[in-house]
Design a protein around this ligand. Structure first.
Ligand code: ZN
Length: 179
């Protein structure tokens, strides 16, 4: 157990350091680290996920895409299971923004069970945040489009966790904006 705790806290600290200069897009410019922390906490608290590699991967899920972190660095600090999970959750191809969502959906279907759980918690966190602290520049239609996209990802990943599926579906119904 203490090794698991050490892994998870190391991932939280590492992620905080890597994202330290980044802010989210909401009006208050929330520190970026709040997002991976939220995803990991949803997994544990609402999904009942206690697997340390899954929780560490949740904390690190944006480090390859959005910071200078490398796959080798993750493997060295956290081991191969965690680094492979983060790689699964990362799209390193530089594609046009309009193709990004299509690729994310294709990739979601092929994720491992552990990565699917992180993905589903990630989308739950994103729709919650959209409802409570939307990006400054997003109008209602853009928010609605994101909810629809998140639902497709949820459908692709829900089989990995009935508990997380339930939480996502509840929040989707509760929070989806109306015109
Ligand atoms: Zn995320």
């Amino acid at each position: 157990m203490s090794e698991d705790l050490s892994l998870v806290l190391r991932a939280a600290f590492f992620s905080g350091e890597k994202h330290k200069k980044q802010r989210r897009r909401d009006a208050e410019e929330t520190p970026y680290i709040n997002h991976p922390l939220e995803v990991a906490y949803i997994l544990l608290d609402e999904g009942g996920v206690t697997d340390a590699a899954t929780l560490a991967a949740a904390l690190l899920h944006d480090t390859l895409e959005d910071t200078d972190t490398t796959r080798e660095e993750l493997a060295m600090v956290f081991g191969h299971e965690v680094s492979n999970l983060v790689v699964e959750l990362t799209d390193l191809e530089s594609v046009l923004p309009e193709h990004k969502k299509k690729r994310e959906l294709e990739r979601a279907h092929n994720l491992s069970e552990k990565a699917k759980r992180v993905k589903l918690a990630d989308k739950t966190a994103n729709i919650r945040d959209l409802a409570t602290m939307p990006p400054k520049t997003w109008d209602i239609q853009r928010q609605i489009d994101y909810f629809d996209f998140a639902m497709k990802i949820a459908e692709a990943t829900a089989s990995a966790s009935p508990a997380l599926e339930k939480v996502f579906m509840r929040d989707y119904k509760q929070f989806k904006p109306k015109h």
